[in-house]
Design a protein around this ligand. Structure first.
Ligand SMILES: O=C(O)c1cc(=O)[nH]c(=O)n1[C@@H]1O[C@H](COP(=O)(O)O)[C@@H](O)[C@H]1O
Length: 239
């Protein structure tokens, strides 16, 4: 199958598996087919920072730890992580403006030293719908709150946000093309949403203006992960 490399570069595969062996096996099957590999909490907690370098041998890494704490603690954690030079790193926007500014300053300094890391703020998790937000005490719609937090993340120096693709077009209109939109909650037509609440198909996510699509279980739990990735890429190519 011939897929335009600029389309493949937009697909990030979440290596949400419990061990280094399984993650490297998946990365080997998908190497050269997809744009980036996500190392998230499960794998990072199991295998530690040094393992990120192993995954980087197969492709660029999105290190998704969603840091959320007081400004000093987050900045210090970033100082410890940035030598790994991941392509993307996440913090939670709801840690507040001062936390985001401290994180952005640490990432800016890293880039001035030649690093490549871009900082993304997580807005409203794609697993949250209106009912869950109401139970958290918010009367806002998830999309409205995500847009508000995206604007704030931009003001505080983040390079982009994580949001549902349902919000990507509004974020792009408000924050500009250069402010990245990384969108999880991707489900090909007919595939179960599982614990995701705000889901979008791969082609629709691109049409809405997503910079990157993050896909986990639809690829990692497929009997043939490479074939599942190819099917998603074919859908993306129709956007
Ligand atoms: O930051 C993320 O990557 C993220 C943010 C969010 O709002 N929702 C979300 O699902 N994710 C991640 O995206 C991936 C989605 O996995 P699947 O639902 O299996 O495709 C998981 O690794 C989540 O940790």
């Amino acid at each position: 199958m011939t897929i335009d490399p600029s389309v493949a570069a937009k697909l990030v595969v979440a290596l949400d598996v419990p061990s280094a062996g399984e993650a490297l096996d998946l990365a080997a099957k998908l190497k050269g087919r997809v744009g980036m590999f996500k190392v998230g909490l499960e794998l990072f907690c199991a295998e530690g920072p040094a393992f990120v370098r192993e995954v980087q041998k197969a492709g660029p890494v999105f290190l998704d730890l969603k840091l959320h704490d007081i400004p000093n603690t987050v900045a210090r954690a970033l100082e410890a992580l940035l030598p790994l030079d991941p392509s993307l790193l996440t913090i939670h926007t709801q840690g507040g403006p001062a936390m985001m500014e401290a994180a952005a300053e640490a990432v800016r300094a890293h880039r001035q030293r030649g690093g490549r890391t871009r900082l993304l703020g997580v807005t409203i998790l794609t697993s949250l719908g209106p009912e869950a937000l109401a139970r958290l005490g918010s009367t806002a719609e998830p999309g409205d709150l995500a847009l508000h937090l995206a604007r704030l993340a931009k003001d505080c120096g983040c390079d982009g946000v994580v949001c549902s693709a349902r919000e990507a077009a509004a974020v792009r209109a408000a924050c500009g093309e250069a402010f990245h939109r990384l969108t999880p909650g991707i489900r090909p037509g007919g595939v179960a949403a599982q614990d995701q609440a705000r889901v979008v198909t791969p082609a629709q996510a691109l049409r809405e203006g997503a910079t990157w699509l993050v896909v986990g279980r639809p690829i990692t739990q497929a009997p043939d992960p490479a074939a599942a990735a190819d099917a998603i890429l074919r859908d993306m190519a129709t956007a």
